[in-house]
Ligand binder design. Structure first.
Ligand code: P53
Length: 498
């Protein structure tokens, strides 16, 4: 039976400013963390670079947005390193060409993020940078020309570097006010051009990344690190809730969403201890954020989570009221893979950046160690919808793979088509089971810089970009086979996935 999607279902793709735009120091843009972050690979981390207090250059393993540099050091761009995000794929200058290609695929939605540092270069400037405001206005107008609905992430791993360097980043409560001012500025500026907003990309990663530190940096996170992360997350929750309230004040038609890194957790064995550990992993890594942002309050199990890590949250007067008042209208998430949870010793660990834990013998893994699991997407959709009962959006999904340009100049990416076909089918099944799913934006609709590894070779796009890991290439855009496949899927509203 052919898949059935709702009539007004939104089909499209997604990118993030720092991974696509480049033009890192043009038109008054300030620096962000990825501008001082080198490229890495599957097996070696990206590094955040700095000059220490004695003037010596140094680097520290980073996750793009979480590199912690030594006391007294200053983030710095070093001469003998390559920074892939500086140029990225030059969306900043080529957005008209790119949006035209998206329109050709039939997009009705395009997810992108607004770079805070283009609007407020230092994060807390008195007045916004007009050139930054103009750029996004022009991008949104270009979308509207083709009846493409922009879906805008307000923050996608790119806090202005000044706020990281001189304020301690999200550990500092002041960031709530700076973020709120940024959000209000763009809500006012783009009224009538944008309807859908996401407050923080993969907000659960603020804490979940700590579980993964042992993989990228060979370091088990300490209670102090959890204390810092939970406090930062609290500030982000309040900032998100304030932004939601501001948005509704400015335009009651605005639709706001949370954005969660959606990893489906399964128990590795039927040992009851594993079943419970899995449920607790859902609470810690997924529900904690969704519950605060959709239901408007910290869940009861939060006390246990804080106690396990000796965390004492500084919650100030008005914060809990803000959380209650600033709940989101929709739950949006990225979905790439599932993971296994176990209390037993694991011999066969899955490698690759960010994915970890035991190998699932029923699944296949990408070159970067991510488990391909479309059933896990159906499971996630059904479980999350049952819990929250608000419209859902899959705002990232895709396969990072190395592409080979054929002799005919085209990438024949059946592997990517298969991946998306399976996930589109899984969404259709969840919809058939009653889930109110309203949008699907595939990740990196055009090839962009990988967030995790900084590589270009880890490609997700349906449009090939001629650019390599060293920054060599013409930046020319060429549709892959998947481009034509997706066009057909959209034209048939998800019915024809062959
Ligand atoms: P890359 C880890 C696990 C799941 C999603 O990731 C993740 C990450 C962080 O890398 O992030 C999202 O480029 C993120 C995007 C990112 C995309 O997944 O490492 O929102 O910015 O590019 C894919 O392969």
């Amino acid at each position: 039976m052919a898949n059935k999607f709702p009539d007004n279902f939104l089909w499209g793709g997604a990118i993030a400013a720092n991974q696509a735009e480049g033009a890192y120091n043009e038109d008054g843009r300030g620096l962000v963390q990825t501008d001082v972050t080198t490229g890495g690979t599957k097996n070696s981390p990206r590094y955040t670079t700095y000059i220490d207090k004695d003037g010596k250059p140094g680097k520290v393993a980073s996750m793009g947005h979480a590199g912690v540099i030594p006391e007294g050091a200053t983030f710095a761009v070093l001469e003998d390193h390559y920074y892939p995000n500086h140029k990225a794929v030059d969306f900043y200058h080529r957005y008209k060409e790119d949006i035209k290609l998206f329109a050709e695929m039939g997009y009705s939605v395009f997810r992108l993020s607004i770079s805070w540092a283009r609007i407020f270069p230092n994060g807390n400037d008195e007045t916004p940078n007009q050139a930054g405001l103009d750029f996004y206005r022009s991008v949104f107008e270009e979308c509207r020309k083709y009846n493409i609905e922009p879906l805008v992430s307000i923050w996608h791993f790119d806090t202005p570097l000044n706020l990281e360097q001189n304020y301690g980043g999200w550990s500092n409560r002041k960031l709530i006010d700076y973020y709120e001012k940024f959000a209000r500025t763009i809500f006012n500026e783009y009224k009538g051009l944008v309807k859908y907003w996401l407050t923080f990309n993969e907000i659960n990663n603020t804490v979940m990344f700590l579980d993964m530190l042992s993989v990228i940096a060979g370091h088990e996170a300490t209670d102090e690190e959890y204390q810092v992360a939970y406090q930062q997350l609290h500030h982000q929750f309040v900032a998100s809730a304030r932004a939601v309230q501001a948005a509704k004040e400015i335009d009651p038609n605005y639709q706001l969403g949370c954005m969660i890194c959606g990893i489906t957790n399964y128990p590795a064995t039927c040992d009851p201890a594993d079943i419970l550990a899995t449920e607790h992993a859902w609470e810690r890594n997924l529900f904690y954020c969704g519950d605060v942002q959709v239901k408007g309050k910290y869940p009861t199990y939060a006390k246990r989570l804080w106690k396990e890590r000796n965390v004492t949250l500084d919650i100030q007067e008005g914060d809990l009221e803000d959380l209650a008042k600033g709940t989101v209208d929709m739950y949006t998430f990225s979905y790439y893979m599932s993971a296994l949870v176990t209390t037993h010793k694991v011999d066969d660990k899955v490698g690759g950046n960010f994915s970890m834990g035991a190998r699932n013998e029923y699944l296949t893994y990408s070159e970067w160690g991510w488990a391909e699991d479309p059933t896990g997407l159906q499971y996630f959709l059904e479980k999350i919808y049952d819990r929250y009962q608000v419209p859902l959006m899959v705002v990232e999904n895709g396969l990072g793979a190395q592409d080979v340009v054929g002799e005919d100049g085209v990438v024949h990416d059946d592997y990517r088509i298969n991946y998306h076909r399976n996930h589109v089918n899984a969404m259709a099944k969840a919809i058939d089971n009653g889930v109110d799913l309203i949008a699907y934006t595939t990740w990196g609709c055009i090839d962009i810089v990988s967030a995790g590894t900084g590589e270009m070779r880890k490609r997700y796009g349906f449009i090939y970009v001629d650019m390599d890991d060293e920054g060599k290439g013409t930046l020319e855009r060429t549709p892959k086979d998947s481009f034509h496949w997706y066009k057909k899927v959209i034209a048939s509203n998800g019915a024809d996935v062959d």
